[in-house]
Design a protein around this ligand. Structure first.
Ligand code: ATP
Ligand code: MG
Length: 223
């Protein structure tokens, strides 16, 4: 979900808040610096950008303000402007499925993860990791199972959790133990895809046996 409000409008509101606490002389500079650091593309202010912008502004305000109570009040008002009036993600944004069969579906799966991450305000670095995870799972489906389904769910909570589930009814994973401990020698790839998934996700459950297909559930906290 991209923000409909422009950076200009946001800047105006932020200026109003900041002017109550900081000298008129430094407000534009504080704002300009924070925007430069937090918003890579001024035309599109994502949820993640807003969170970064809030952090940047809070950091500068903290530097300039000695009074703790005033700082907290200002922080809260900045948060209200940047995060307060946003609609909550719609339920349909928090549950997506991708049918996987051909290479192009891997690209689709990556795009879906990217979308979900933007909606949830996930940091870019984590977004890239999750896109890699989904690629590995999708590629395994294409290569070894022929077809399958990826289900992505945002589990509500503080922090929320992204659950990625990969289900196929392919041949199953034979040497599961060695695949997971990294000692597996792959004929088709590096043999590192699933080991990577296990390493970067908080929780991974793999249920696979020859002839019965494979089900992989991986979860990651989005904070
Ligand atoms: N969905 C699946 N169905 C059946 N076998 C699978 C599935 N996913 C993985 N495997 C088996 O597990 C092995 C290890 O998978 P993993 O993704 O870790 O490495 P790889 O695909 O061999 O190489 P890499 O992912 O590094 O390119 C694969 O070689 C394959 O034999
Ligand atoms: Mg693989």
């Amino acid at each position: 979900m991209e923000d409909v409000r422009t950076l200009d409008e946001l800047s105006k509101k932020l200026t109003l808040v900041l002017s109550d606490y900081l000298s008129q002389v430094i407000v534009p500079a504080v704002l300009r610096t924070a925007v430069r650091r937090a918003v890579p593309d001024p035309k599109v202010v994502t949820m993640a950008d807003r969170k970064n912008l809030l952090q940047q502004l809070q950091r500068s305000v903290n530097l300039y303000m000695a009074n703790r109570t005033a700082f907290e009040k200002c922080s809260q008002q900045l948060e209200d402007v940047l995060l307060g009036d946003l609609p909550a993600p719609r339920p349909e944004d928090r549950l997506r499925t991708v049918q996987v069969k051909i290479d192009a579906d891997i690209v689709t799966a990556r795009a879906v993860v990217r979308d979900m991450c933007r909606t949830e305000g996930v940091a870019r670095a984590l977004e890239v990791t999750l896109a890699t995870v989904i690629s590995e799972l999708a590629r395994n489906i294409v290569l070894y199972a022929g077809s399958g389904v990826l289900t992505l769910t945002v589990l509500e909570g503080k922090p929320s959790v992204l659950q990625i589930q990969s289900i196929d009814s392919g041949p199953g994973i034979r040497d599961l133990a060695s695949v997971l401990d990294g000692s597996y020698r792959s004929k088709t790839g590096m043999g590192l895809g699933l080991a990577y998934v296990r390493k970067v996700m908080d929780e991974v459950v793999i249920d696979s046996s020859p002839g019965k297909g494979t089900s992989i559930t991986a979860r990651k906290r989005l904070d």
